[in-house]
Structure formats: C-alpha cells, structure tokens
Design a protein around this ligand. Structure first.
Ligand SMILES: [Fe+2]
Ligand SMILES: [Fe+2]
Length: 476
C-alpha cells in the first residue's frame, strides 16, 4: 500500500517535472524566435550571426517536434500557450508578443522538416511593412507564396489591437465569439450545398476561438447560452450546444485538440435539420406522424451531409448520427445495442439541456434552468452516462450563469459564477425587484454568512423579460 502511494507520488512528480520542462522549452522557442526576428532587421540573410540564431531556434523546435505532428503556439488575450500549457511571459517575450498582437496573429504552428533558412526567410517576410497591415489569413497566403510551407499562422481572433501596443487584458468579447459562430454556421450550411471546403475552414477558426474563449473565461461564454433572444433558432441552438459541449470538455480536462473536435461536432450536430421546413422545426404544437418522420431523419441526413464535406472530423459524423440515440424513443433505430461515443453523449446532454431551456422562450413553456436540470436528472443514465451528467450539473450549476434570481432580501441577483455549493452561486446585485434601487455593481457570494445565518438566499428565479432587465449587457 505504502509502496503504491509512493509510486503514484513519484509518477505525479515526474509528470510535474515533465510539464515544467515542456514549458521551459516552449518559452525558449519563443525567446529564440524573438531573437531571429530582431536579428533579421540588423543582418543580411546569410550572416553567420543570423544563421546561428536560426539554427539554435530550429534545434529547439525539433526537440519539441519529437513525438508530435506539429508544434503549435496560441496567443490568447496577451497570454502564450503551448498546447494547453500556459507559458509565462517575462520581459524577454514582451516584444514578440506585441509584434504578434499588432499583426493580429493568434497562433503559430511549426511543422516537421522545417529548415533554418525557412525560419530566416519567415522572419524577413514578417519584418516587411506590408505584412503589418495584412490580416493573417492573407498572411498565411503571403508566406506560402514566399515558399514558407512549414510554418502556419492563425488569425488572432482573441487579440485586440490595443492603442499604444502594450499588451493588456485583450480578450475577444464572448458575445463576438457567439455572433461569429452563428455567422460561420450559416456560411457552412450554404457551403455544404455549394460543395465548397471554405465553410469548414471558417468553422475551424471560430471553434478554435470558442475553445480559447472558454479556456480563458468559461463563465462569460456560458452566460450567453442562457440568453435566448435570437430569432435564428436552429443556429443559436447549435452554437449554444457547442458552447456547453466545449465547456464540459474543458471542465473534464480534455486536451485542446479533442475539445476543438467536440466543438465542431456539437456545432454541426443538427445540420441534417436544414432540409426540414421551418414551420415544422418551430411548430409549437404536436407534430403529425408525417412531420415527426421527417424530423427523425435529421441524424442520418446530417451524417450523410457531413460525409460529403472535406475537413469534417469523423467524430462530427458520429455525433450527428448518434445524438438522439438514447432511451426508448431514441432514433434512428440501429440493430443491436452498442455504447455511444462519449462525444455523442456530451453533445446529447448539451443538446437536451439547451432545447429544454430554450422551450421557455420559443414555446412559452415554463422551463427555468433548474427545471431543465431536474428533467435531465430524471433521465439519468439515458441521455448520457451518469458521471457525465454529474459533471455537467456541477459545471452549469442548478442556477446557471445568467439566471436572474429573486433573493430573500428583496434584491435581484444575476448569477455570475458557480461556487462549490450549487444552491449558492456568486451573484451581481442588481436593483431591488420593485425598481427602487439601482445596480450596486457588487458581486457577492450567497455562501456568505452573518451571525451564523446566510446573508442572502434564493427565493426564486425571475424571467428577465418580465423584469425588463437586459441581461446581455452584463456579459458583453
Ligand atoms: Fe437533433
Ligand atoms: Fe439539437
């Protein structure tokens, strides 16, 4: 027993040191890249000093490339990430971070078979004035045209260009990510019909941005899923499902590439619905048998549609096909029983939760998030594995972010964060329910006590439309 314990301790230590080493190497790559970028402005391309700097950089990149298909860095809100690891930025990296932010670069990828001359050439291209103004989609084309094929750049979806160039808290607003994703989804639907691969590229971009945003500040994006004021129902539903799925993926500590695939799968899960007439999709009453049959085709149609689009991850087809395959009423029917892929289960869970909470707005059903959680709990083990459901509930809470609460003090609270106690989130205190007091700007935890009693408790939830409170501005 004692042996086992010390064994696992050694393991943990090892992985800790391995991680630290990886972070050090990643920081070194950026330091050396910074040196090459600087040197290229002083020395001609063949100068030994420049060559030596490029060689050093190359060997560090190659070190990281062992066992990897590529070495990818992401720049999010002034922070640097190597894969999912945060790389601390010291003084020596400030300049390169500013340069990247100014060029709106959100990521850089090094591929195998990179050569030091290519690195130098890349640095030369980067140092040209014209590149400064190009957005990085163009920049990718630009560097490819220059023969640089082992380095790729990502657009800086999350990096705001700040006046003065200093790197500040520069995040892309959650609401912008939300809207971008809706637009991308519309585009991809059109592209699917026009048989173009371009739509998928856009989807990958926005999902990357969504993943970064969720990793950065999950609460802000999740707050938006609770706000259902969009007329484009299927799109909004898909985007919300993606946000919830990606959030659960990060909550479960999946690796970033996995989370991205999960996000794409969730975003596309209902794509088979695009052929169903809107009157059926939005029909408030019961569907006729014929209409129901049509709706039930969407998992198959979706998987088929996706199989025709280049660049779609296989798991997106699987999730589209499997996302309604649960319980007795599950469809489409398959021969024999088999376990659905965990991604399908996650998408299913997010999908069900989203649809139930949305019904409040679209069908005027009295469905507050806490009731939605209750319905999911009743279906425990059917929609998805109990352990996934538990994680989902812990993440969204009984009173999800964005819920308006009536407190026993007469105050109105807007849920901003979850705490360990699912019944006692942190809330922003708004005006009194009778409107007699204005927003205080105070965020308080309902866990706070005074004299052995809770200071505030939840007395109920409030429909934001009835209270006439514009929630979206608090997450904008
Ligand atoms: Fe569906
Ligand atoms: Fe759905």
């Amino acid at each position: 027993m004692a042996d086992e314990q010390s064994d696992s301790l050694t393991q943990a230590k090892l992985s800790f040191f391995a991680k630290q080493q990886l972070i050090d190497s990643a920081r070194m790559v950026f330091q050396l890249l910074s040196a090459v970028l600087k040197n290229v402005t002083f020395y001609p391309e063949e100068h030994p000093i420049l060559l030596a700097a490029a060689d050093k950089l190359l060997s560090k990149i190659e070190e990281l490339l062992t066992g990897r298909k590529e070495v990818a860095f992401y720049l999010v809100g002034g922070e640097l990430f190597f894969e999912t690891l945060s790389v601390p930025i010291d003084q020596s990296l400030l300049l390169i971070m500013e340069q990247f932010a100014a060029r709106d670069i959100g990521g850089i990828v090094f591929k195998p078979e990179l050569a030091s001359v290519e690195l130098i050439h890349f640095a030369c291209v980067m140092s040209k004035e014209s590149v400064l103004s190009a957005d990085s989609e163009d920049m990718n084309a630009l560097i490819t045209k220059e023969g640089i094929t082992h380095i790729a750049l990502h657009r800086g979806l999350l990096v705001n260009k700040q006046a003065g160039g200093a790197i500040k808290e520069a995040k892309k607003k959650a609401s912008a990510v939300f809207n971008d994703t809706i637009n991308a989804l519309e585009e991809v639907v059109q592209a699917v019909y026009a048989d173009q691969a371009s739509g998928m590229r856009k989807v990958n971009f926005v999902i990357e941005s969504m993943v970064d945003n969720v990793l950065d500040n999950r609460d802000a994006l999740m707050g938006l899923t609770n706000i259902k004021i969009y007329d484009k129902y299927t799109f909004a539903h898909s985007v919300n499902t993606a946000i919830l799925s990606v959030s659960l993926g990060t909550y479960l500590s999946f690796e970033k590439p996995q989370i991205a695939i999960l996000g794409v799968a969730a975003l596309m899960h209902d794509i088979g619905k695009v052929t169903i007439p809107n009157e059926i999709i939005n029909k408030p009453g019961k569907l006729t048998d014929e209409e129901w049959k049509q709706v039930q085709r969407h998992p198959i149609d979706g998987a088929l549609l996706l199989s025709n689009v280049r660049g779609v991850p296989k798991l997106a087809m699987v999730a589209a096909f499997e996302h309604h395959q649960h319980g007795e009423k599950g469809y489409p029917e398959v021969e024999g029983k088999y376990k659905r892929h965990p991604f399908s289960q996650i998408v299913s869970l997010a999908d069900a939760y989203e649809a139930i909470t949305a019904s409040r707005v679209y069908y005027r059903a009295n469905m507050t998030p806490d009731k939605a959680i209750n319905i999911l709990l009743k279906n425990r083990g059917i929609t998805s594995a109990p352990v996934l459901l538990q994680a989902f509930i812990n993440m969204v809470g009984i009173f999800p972010i964005g819920t308006l609460l009536k407190l026993d003090t007469g105050e109105v609270g807007l849920v901003m964060h979850q705490t360990r106690d699912l019944m006692r989130p942190r809330v922003l205190i708004l005006n009194k329910f009778d409107g007699s007091e204005k927003e205080t700007g105070d965020v308080v935890s309902l866990v706070e006590t005074m004299g052995g009693n809770y200071k505030r408790s939840i007395a109920g939830t409030i429909d934001p439309n009835i209270a006439n409170i514009d929630i979206i501005k608090y997450f904008d």
